[in-house]
Design a protein around this ligand. Structure first.
Ligand code: NAD
Length: 520
């Protein structure tokens, strides 16, 4: 089976733009989308709802999300127990084929799903296109590696047969974030499903409609609804119930550090009626650095900085927020960067020429405004003006003091800090001072420095002479170390092992004589 990454469309072509515009324009008449709870074959609307507003036009309510409660999870567990036995019997070949069909279904609804995502998140169309391709890639790639990696292994010796095989772990709770609601949601569910588990999906509140449309593609492909349940709702309610339920074997979590660490603590408690040790996969935030070397190509550096720090308004775990620049090119780079930031167009993602859109919601908007106010004295560059209506935060560049929290806390917004370094090694040392270790970038033409970076930088994903976001399935398995996560490496060859456990059978085949009754 050959794997090929999904093609990315070119929106400089009129025909691509107009198809996407008609999909986007067709949605608002159906707002608010009503998102149900789905347990097995039953769907229900709850009287308790969460309302998500459109980020660039907050008067518009995009979704009304039913809030699942702990008793819904009890129902899921009951339904799943009955169906799991059959699902486990489905061959790996068939499960992989189902996932390929999911990918085909996604592709057939591409413009619609991308449009839902844009209306929920405020993501630019080019960013959404790349994210969508990643979702499709996850399905095709995991379908392929499931067949390659999860088949049983035999070691036959004289007098001894050994078998080693992989078995699904059971119920996997997939708790996902809003910032990549297509790719991350799809990948987090596809991995456990193709390896034979039951999935309870708990999408982020803000992007429940995108997640629901994707879930339908799984069901329509033939993944049984009794195996893939959809429980939208609040993290503090249904999220927590999934984490603490004695029959949920694996928590597959992607999100913030605080929530991730609290999940690790709670999942470590074994309740009296529990007979499993829960496995927790936590993929968390980043405080990602880039080092610009003395001899760096500044054209490459500027492009890499703009896309990494401000793409999707800096709301990526991989986003750049610490920039260390060699003293020999510091002023030149700073001037060019400020000038380039000035040219960034800010506005609604419905206008495809805009490079910067709104942040996700009012809470993020107020949090980021507060950070900007508190650091106003260190501001050196800012993109202006921003539209009055909508949750817009202008991309801004700071030179904060060395002891500022701007160097430590994840910003999750278009806020970048820069600092002068006197040597490349100092850049590495500062990079490694963080307790996060997700992505990192190096812009350098010095082969010795590139080698030094490869050996010494703590980062799950190190990028050289390019931007530091946008990992591609199969080519750049993604995930960090230190407090950035447990290193799941989504989109990589080892991902599926997280959802299975190995069993070994050894048989002594030396002739022992046969029992009489088995000889007939
Ligand atoms: P979040 O932690 O607030 O929420 C993530 C998910 O957890 C949501 O579905 C939420 O409802 C749920 N949740 C919240 N409280 C919970 C609880 N007590 N128990 C169980 N579930 C709970 O994160 P977010 O704001 O949605 O996403 C942004 C964060 O995610 C950033 O920190 C970003 O860096 C990180 N992120 C990491 C990666 C990665 O691969 N490492 C990828 C994307 C985002």
């Amino acid at each position: 089976m050959e794997f090929k990454n999904e093609t990315i469309r070119d929106f400089s072509l009129e025909k691509e733009r107009s198809a996407m515009h008609s999909a986007l324009d067709s949605l608002p008449k159906s707002f608010p989308f009503e998102i149900p709870i789905s347990i097995g074959t039953k769907e229900k609307i709850s009287p308790n709802s969460f309302f998500h507003k459109n980020p660039w036009s907050p008067d518009l309510v995009v979704t009304k999300v039913s809030l699942a409660k702990p008793n819904d999870l009890e129902e899921v567990v009951k339904v799943s127990k009955k169906s799991w036995f059959e699902w486990k019997q489905v061959s790996q070949e068939e499960r992989s084929n189902l996932l390929i069909r999911v990918a085909d279904n996604l592709v057939s609804k591409k413009d619609f799903i991308i449009s839902v995502c844009i209306w929920e998140t405020g993501k630019q169309v080019t960013e959404a296109e790349v994210e969508f391709a990643e979702a499709v890639d996850f399905c095709r790639y995991y379908a392929m590696i499931a067949k390659e990696k999860l088949s049983p292994q035999k070691t036959i010796l004289l007098g001894e047969d050994n078998f080693y095989s992989y078995h699904p772990k059971g119920i996997v709770g997939c708790i996902s974030p809003w910032n990549f609601p297509m790719a991350i949601f799809t990948g987090m569910c596809a991995g456990p499903l193709v390896s034979g588990n039951i999935v309870v999906a708990k999408p982020a509140e803000e992007t429940s409609a995108t997640a629901y449309e994707i879930t339908k593609c799984f069901w329509e492909a033939g993944i049984p609804r009794e195996i893939f349940h959809f429980l939208p709702g609040l993290g503090s309610e249904i999220g927590e119930a999934i984490v603490t339920h004695p029959e949920v074997s694996v928590i597959n979590f992607t999100g913030s550090r605080d929530v991730g660490l609290s999940i690790l603590r709670k999942a470590s408690i074994v309740s009296p009626n529990q007979s499993i040790i829960k496995k927790v996969i936590c993929e968390l935030g980043g405080k990602n650095a880039m080092i610009v070397d003395a001899d760096a190509d500044l054209d490459v550096a500027i492009q890499a900085i703009l896309s990494s720090a401000f793409g999707f308004q800096g709301q990526k775990c991989s986003a750049l927020s610490r920039l260390y620049v060699h003293s020999e090119c510091y002023l030149k780079l700073k001037d060019r960067l400020i000038a380039a930031m000035d040219g960034l167009l800010i506005g609604s993602p419905l206008d495809f020429s805009n490079r910067i859109g709104p942040v996700i919601n009012e809470e993020s908007y107020l949090r980021l405004q507060k950070i900007q106010k508190e650091n106003a004295n260190f501001l050196v560059g800012k993109t202006c003006p921003v539209p009055d209506l909508g949750f817009y935060i202008s991309p801004s560049l700071y030179e904060p003091p060395n002891n500022s929290d701007m160097w430590n806390s994840e910003m999750f917004g278009p806020i970048l800090s820069m600092r002068k370094i006197s040597s490349f090694s100092e850049g590495i040392q500062l990079t490694n001072q963080s307790d996060y270790a997700l992505t990192c970038g190096v812009i350098s033409r010095n082969p010795k420095h590139v080698l030094e970076a490869k050996s010494n930088i703590d980062a799950g994903n190190l990028y050289i002479n390019r931007g530091i976001t946008g990992a591609v399935v199969n080519r750049q398995p993604f995930g960090g170390g230190k407090l950035s996560g447990t290193g799941a490496k989504a989109g990589g060859p080892d991902y599926l092992y997280l959802f299975v456990e190995g069993k070994t059978y050894t048989e002594n085949t030396m002739r022992q004589g046969f029992s009489r009754e088995t000889l007939t």
